[in-house]
Design a protein. Structure first.
Length: 267
């Protein structure tokens, strides 16, 4: 899953698809084409930054950023588009514009989100986040981060199933970096096997995140090797218990190369 941020302020690639404060459509098209060439299977399109401290935008701003781009991309490219949103209005419009998956960092907890997701009939990714992006890194606390996150995802999953979303349309994501310290993230990383045993595909988003910056003392533009290493290690962990994984990454080519080398050695 390749990250396509149509945002001016995302933590690692914010503003890259803008020219003079406007979305640069040619750049978006070239970027998506490259991601697909590099073997991305899913393009995850987001219009609102969820980095720590991010300022929320209005629903209309999010619609204006995401929907016209998604309409264009889904007509132009024969690939899977996921929409990274928590807004029911955006979910409904994204469905009409050609989205195939809803990726919600708030696990459909916003008012009306669960009903909207159900109405679209699209698969959903439920992610764990403690508090919202604005305050989530202010002293996050857990009894036991692995069981707290697994229990949260299990509850949300059961609520979605009770509402009518089929179980096999639900993906789970521990939400690395969303209301977690480095120790929490490392514990969750070890606990990926337990999460994978829930029998849902696991979405892992570690690419360029601060956890890697903290381990390596590296700025965001110097986290490629750490990101690829984490992608490979998380895949190995999840596969070791027969699970399946979707890696949400910025660097498609490099991640795919690491996976290809690993697969070649497994033959
Ligand atoms: C939108 N977004 C940013 N980070 C993410 C992550 O780790 N997982 C998912 N599902 N979405 C994310």
């Amino acid at each position: 899953m390749a990250v396509l941020n149509i945002t001016p302020d995302s933590f690692s690639d914010g503003g890259q698809l803008f020219s003079q404060k406007e979305i640069d459509i040619d750049k978006v098209l070239r970027t998506v084409e490259a991601m697909i060439d590099e073997s991305a299977d899913i393009i995850d399109l987001g219009g609102e930054s969820t980095r720590p401290g991010a300022t929320p935008i209005t629903v209309q701003q999010e619609l204006d950023r995401v929907i016209p781009v998604l309409e264009l991309l889904s007509k132009r490219f024969d690939t899977i588009f996921s929409v990274d949103t928590s807004s029911p209005e955006v979910m409904l419009e994204a469905d009409k514009a050609g989205a195939h998956l809803i990726n919600d960092v708030r696990a459909l907890r916003r008012e009306g989100a669960l009903d909207a997701a159900l109405e679209t009939g699209l698969p959903v990714c439920l992610m764990h986040m403690q508090n919202g992006p604005k305050s989530m890194q202010h002293n996050p606390q857990y009894q036991n981060v692995v069981s707290d996150v697994i229990n949260f995802l299990d509850r949300r999953k059961l609520q979605c199933i009770a509402a009518g979303i089929p179980s096999d349309q639900i993906l789970l994501d521990p939400g690395f970096g969303f209301g977690k310290t480095l120790d929490h993230n490392l514990a969750l990383f070890s606990g990926l096997t337990q999460l994978a045993e829930q029998n849902h595909p696991i979405v892992v988003g570690l690419s360029r995140k601060s956890m890697i910056g903290q381990i390596l003392d590296a700025e965001v533009n110097d986290r490629l090797i750490g990101s690829v290493t984490m992608a490979l290690l998380s895949t190995q962990k999840i596969f070791s218990v027969g699970g399946s994984v979707i890696l949400r990454v910025h660097d498609v080519k490099e991640t795919k190369q690491a996976l290809d080398v690993w697969h070649a050695t497994e033959k």
